[in-house]
Design a protein around this ligand. Structure first.
Ligand SMILES: [Zn+2]
Length: 229
């Protein structure tokens, strides 16, 4: 409270309890100085229901004793504890390695909650539906490589590009089944024998296109699953 707010509070108290009024100028000045000092940290009112004047009114109606500054500060601390009790600290946006900033933000948020400039955060855990943006990103992560990146990569891997194009076009995915001709396993490309410069049989090399019989086998497999080829 500012000295002006304390003076208004003392005037209000004087109207409810004339015993508290100091008629001597020096005494009145000392009373104002003492209350201003002791209530410097206590707000006059807050947006979350605190009102120092209400404490005075309640005290006068319930206690025969003169009201002391400590009666106001005690009520204020009880109010602040109640509000903070409903508040769950949200993680500060500051870098956790920057302890000073992190701590300052945490305390600043608590102070804002106590003084009512922001409501307490009562959310104790994540609830509700996942945000659409998060769901979309998770879906892409689940694909291992985001579709947009796959499209860029396709120009460097014609075989996989052909396979994805076939799947997108609703055609049978030949590589989903093994090849009965070259014995390539499912998900592996068809291979053909190569002949080295010395006319000896070299290692088998991957083919860009699957053997035709493998495409037919894949189409037949799709038909067997009840999917029109
Ligand atoms: Zn093959």
């Amino acid at each position: 409270m500012t000295p002006q707010e304390v003076a208004a509070l003392l005037a209000y108290m004087g109207r409810l309890d004339p015993r508290s009024v100091r008629t001597d100028r020096a005494e009145a000045r000392d009373q104002l100085a003492q209350w201003s000092e002791l209530l410097a940290e206590v707000p006059a009112t807050t947006a979350n229901g605190w009102d120092a004047a209400e404490v005075i009114r309640r005290h006068v109606t319930t206690s025969p004793y003169p009201l002391l500054p400590v009666d106001v500060t005690r009520e204020w601390h009880t109010h602040a504890r109640d509000v903070l009790g409903r508040h769950v600290d949200p993680p500060p946006a500051a870098d956790p390695d920057d302890v000073t900033s992190w701590r300052a933000e945490l305390l600043g948020t608590r102070h804002a909650v106590v003084t009512g400039t922001r409501p307490p955060n009562e959310q104790r855990e994540l609830t509700g539906a996942m945000h659409a943006d998060v769901a979309a990103r998770l879906a892409e992560l689940g694909r291992y490589i985001p579709p947009a990146v796959e499209d860029v990569l396709d120009q460097f891997r014609p075989r996989k590009a052909a396979r994805r194009a076939a799947i997108k076009a609703g055609k049978p995915d030949a590589l989903a089944v093994p090849c009965t001709y070259c014995k390539a396993e499912a998900n592996s490309p068809c291979t053909r024998g190569a002949v080295g410069p010395d006319r000896r049989r070299g290692p088998r090399v991957d083919m860009r296109q699957p053997h035709p019989c493998r495409v037919e086998a894949a189409a037949a497999a799709r038909l067997a699953q009840g999917v029109a080829a």
